[in-house]
Design a protein around this ligand. Structure first.
Ligand code: 5GP
Ligand code: MN
Length: 341
């Protein structure tokens, strides 16, 4: 853990000029919320800021204040690379390994600007000059809250900043449900509400604006469910054909993996989603209790994340990937069946 190196941040922020703020590829509520909160905060000073996302983000985040100014690198690569090359500061938020920055990986690693990492994932890579890395934190948004408070105090918490930060805390904690949501996380959420985050509006925008395509895909996903009671495990999958027939839109499958954990006695849930475009199967893993999906994803599926929520990928076919996954379960029998304490 690297606790908030506030003097290093203060020193870096003496710079002038352009600031690039970059979330991970396929940004979620925490990645975009933290980037946009920092964007609003730094834009109120002399910096020329830009949030540059490696690729697009789901519709349910398009109400976030400032989201209409995000530069999508996959659509405007030259402009994105140019900005990053010229930036005095490059913030990388909600990831700790440059390979997670997609098409921006090269331009960030070549850039001469000072790199600053704010992140709560395990095992940070040493690519940044300033590193604020704390796996105990519920979310990157909670960390950006701590940074803003240390720099400027609560008076800096505008309704825009508060809404962005509340969004990431809500999404990354499963609506305050996961163990990572500490009592302090809830105190911060309460502060953000007091400073203008409208919790009812935000929850509606995030969770109650789903498209019909999402519901159709949810049906396919539940139909695909396989339960391995002897390993306390479920798997689900969505094929490219499902996506086409249900008119898939980005973000439609968000959170589906959690459904597996709603079954009694299940400690480990995995979902496999075919991505023909990227020639891979994107995998999400979730667990309750001691089974470490971060270690599992790293060991077998070229991925990572947190102990109870991780992701990975496979370059094999869907069928081969599922078989591979199932063949691994016996090795983990003891930790999978360990009673929840
Ligand atoms: P999700 O399943 O929602 O895509 O991701 C769950 C968690 O795992 C997130 O914290 C995300 O950052 C991380 N994660 C997802 N995919 C990957 C991956 O391919 N590599 C690594 N290192 N982390 C991932
Ligand atoms: Mn996060």
């Amino acid at each position: 853990m690297i606790s908030l190196p506030i003097e290093q941040f203060k020193h870096a922020l003496k710079a002038q000029g352009k600031v690039a703020i970059v979330p991970h590829k396929n940004p979620d509520g925490d990645a975009l919320g933290s980037c946009l909160a920092l964007y609003h905060f730094l834009s109120s000073t002399n910096f020329q800021c830009r949030v540059i996302a490696p690729n697009g983000y789901p519709d349910f985040l398009n109400w976030l204040p400032g989201s209409d100014h995000i530069l999508i690198a996959e659509n405007e690569l030259q402009q994105a690379e140019h900005f990053i090359a010229e930036a005095s500061l490059i913030f990388t938020l909600d990831f700790n390994d440059l390979s997670r920055s997609g098409v921006l990986e090269n331009s960030i690693s070549m850039a001469s600007g000072v790199k600053l990492m704010i992140d709560h994932h395990i095992d940070p890579k040493a690519y940044a000059e300033v590193i604020y890395s704390d796996t105990q934190m519920s979310s990157t948004c909670e960390m950006v809250y701590e940074l803003i408070l240390a720099l400027s105090g609560k008076k800096a918490l505008t309704p825009e900043i508060s809404s962005c930060l509340y969004t990431g805390i809500l999404t990354d904690t499963g609506s305050f449900k996961y163990p990572s949501a500490s009592s302090n996380t809830l105190r911060i959420a309460a502060e953000l509400i007091d400073h203008g985050a409208d919790k009812t509006f935000i929850a509606q925008e995030l969770f109650d604006q789903g498209h019909l395509s999402r519901f159709k895909l949810m049906g396919r996903c539940i139909d695909s469910l396989e339960v391995y009671e002897q390993y306390a495990t479920t798997l689900m999958f969505i094929t490219e054909k499902d996506k086409q027939e249900c008119h898939f839109r980005k973000g439609d499958t968000e959170g589906f993996v959690n459904m597996g954990l709603q079954l009694k006695g299940i400690h480990f849930s995995a979902i496999f989603i075919e991505h023909f475009e990227d020639r891979m199967i994107k995998i999400s893993f979730r667990s309750v209790g001691d089974f470490d999906v971060n270690a599992f994803a790293r060991a077998h599926f070229n991925g990572g994340g947190h102990k109870n929520a991780a992701g990975g990928r496979s370059d094999l076919s869907l069928e081969e990937t599922l078989n591979n996954f199932k063949s691994l379960l016996p090795t983990y029998l003891t930790s999978l069946k360990k009673p929840l304490s």
